[in-house]
Design a binder for this molecule. Structure first.
Ligand code: UFG
Length: 327
C-alpha cells in the first residue's frame, strides 16, 4: 500500500510514518515544515506544502495520482488552544480549510480512505467520569470546534461520494516511541515540567483546588507509540468496516493527576521535582478521561503502555535532544 501522511514530519505523524515504514508500506509525506522537521520522515518522499494554501488542492491531487496513493492519514493542523482563541478565523482557515482542500483532492483522485487526527477537545467540559463517543460534543474553544467541524465535513463527504473515514479523538499524548522522535514543542504538561527542570526551576501546578482527590486536574495520558498503533489499526478497519464513518476515543481509560505526573517525572529523572502551586489556568476541565471501550471492541486496539513508560520515554528523548539535563 502507499499511504500519504499529511503532517508526517511532526511529533505524532513521524511516529506513524516510522511504524508504516517498519511494516514495509510506502509512505509519502506532505508537510509545510512549519513545526515538523524533514529529518523525521526517514526514507519517505517529502512534498513541502501548506495544505491550507490556495495552491494545495492541485498539488495534492497530482501527488495522490502520481504516487498512486491508497489511503491518507491527516495530521497537518494547528493545535494550540490559546492561539485558537486569539485567532479563530485563522484556525478555521487552517484546520477546516486544510481538510477541505484535502477532501477535494481525494475525491478528484479517487482516493477514498482517510484517518483523521481529532481531539478530546471536541468534548469540552464533560461532567462524567469517563467520556464515551456518543456524548454530545460541546467544544469550548475554536481549536476543539475546528476538529468537530472537520468530523462533520468528513461525514458529509462519506454520504456524498463514499469517503471511508475514521476520526481518532486523542486524549493527552506524551512520551516517545524512539528517543529521536520526542515532542519538540514545550506546550503540554510533560515537556513543560522537563523544560522548567532544565532551567533549574520548580514544576508548576496550575491550580490545586479542583474537585479531585489531590486537588489537581486529571487527564488520560496516552503513549504516542500506542497512539501510532491506533492509526495502523484504523487503516485495517477501513478495509473491512461496513460503516463508512466512525469516531473513536484514543485513551487508556485511566486518569492521572497533574501531581502524579510530576511525581513520576521526579522518579524517572532522579531530579527534585517538588512543584509550586500557581493559579488555575482558564478553561481546564477538572477531569477528562476516555472510555476506550468502543475502539477496543471495533478495532481490537488498546493501550499497552502506562504512565511510567510514557514519562520514562519522554525523559529519555529529552536527554537525547539539545535540552539535555545534567543529573
Ligand atoms: N499543567 C500544569 N502545569 C504545567 C502544564 C500543564 O499544571 O506546567 C496542567 C494543565 O493545567 C492541565 C494538565 O496539566 O490541567 C494538562 O495540560 P496540557 O496542556 O498538557 O493538556 P490539556 O489537557 O490542557 O490539553 C490537551 C491537548 C489539547 C487538547 C486537550 C483536550 O494539549 O490539544 O488536551 O483534550 F485540546
Amino acid at each position: 500500500m502507499t499511504i500519504l501522511v499529511t503532517g508526517g514530519a511532526g511529533y505524532i505523524g513521524a511516529h506513524v510514518v516510522r511504524l508504516l515504514q517498519e511494516q514495509g508500506e510506502r509512505v509519502v509525506v506532505v508537510d509545510d515544515l512549519s513545526t515538523g522537521r524533514a529529518d523525521r520522515v526517514g526514507g519517505a518522499t517529502l512534498v513541502e506544502c501548506d495544505i491550507a494554501s490556495p495552491e494545495a488542492t492541485g498539488l495534492l491531487t497530482t501527488t495522490l495520482r502520481d504516487e498512486q496513493v491508497d489511503a491518507v492519514i491527516h495530521f497537518a493542523a494547528r493545535k494550540q488552544v490559546g492561539e485558537s482563541v486569539e485567532k479563530p478565523a485563522w484556525y478555521y482557515q487552517q484546520n477546516v480549510g486544510g481538510l477541505t482542500n484535502l477532501l477535494t483532492a481525494m475525491e478528484a483522485a479517487g482516493v477514498d480512505r482517510l484517518v483523521f487526527s481529532s481531539s478530546a477537545a471536541t468534548y469540552g467540559m464533560p461532567a462524567v467520569s469517563s467520556v464515551e463517543e456518543k456524548l454530545h460534543a460541546e467544544p469550548i474553544n475554536p481549536y476543539g470546534e475546528t476538529k468537530l467541524v472537520c468530523e462533520w465535513l468528513a461525514r458529509a463527504a462519506a454520504r456524498a461520494w463514499g469517503l471511508r473515514f475514521v476520526a481518532l479523538r486523542y486524549f493527552n499524548v506524551a512520551g516517545a516511541g524512539w528517543p529521536e522522535l520526542g515532542d519538540p514543542a514545550v506546550l503540554n504538561l510533560v515537556p513543560m515540567v522537563l523544560d522548567r527542570l532544565a532551567r533549574g526551576e520548580r514544576p508548576a501546578i496550575f491550580g490545586d483546588d479542583y474537585p479531585t482527590p489531590d486537588g489537581t486536574c486529571i487527564r488520560d495520558y496516552i503513549h504516542v507509540r500506542d497512539l501510532a498503533d491506533a492509526h495502523i489499526s484504523s487503516l485495517a478497519y477501513l478495509d473491512r468496516a461496513e460503516r463508512e464513518f466512525d469516531v473513536f476515543n484514543v485513551g487508556t481509560g485511566e486518569g492521572a493527576s497533574v501531581r502524579e505526573v510530576i511525581e513520576e517525572i521526579g522518579r524517572a529523572s532522579g531530579l527534585d521535582a517538588t512543584p509550586e502551586i500557581r493559579p488555575r489556568r482558564a478553561g481546564d476541565p477538572p477531569r477528562l478521561v476516555a472510555s476506550p471501550e468502543r475502539i477496543s471492541r471495533e478495532l481490537g486496539w488498546s493501550a499497552e503502555r502506562a504512565l511510567p513508560e510514557i514519562v520514562s520515554s519522554a525523559w529519555e528523548a529529552w536527554q537525547a535532544g539539545p535540552r539535555r539535563i545534567e543529573v
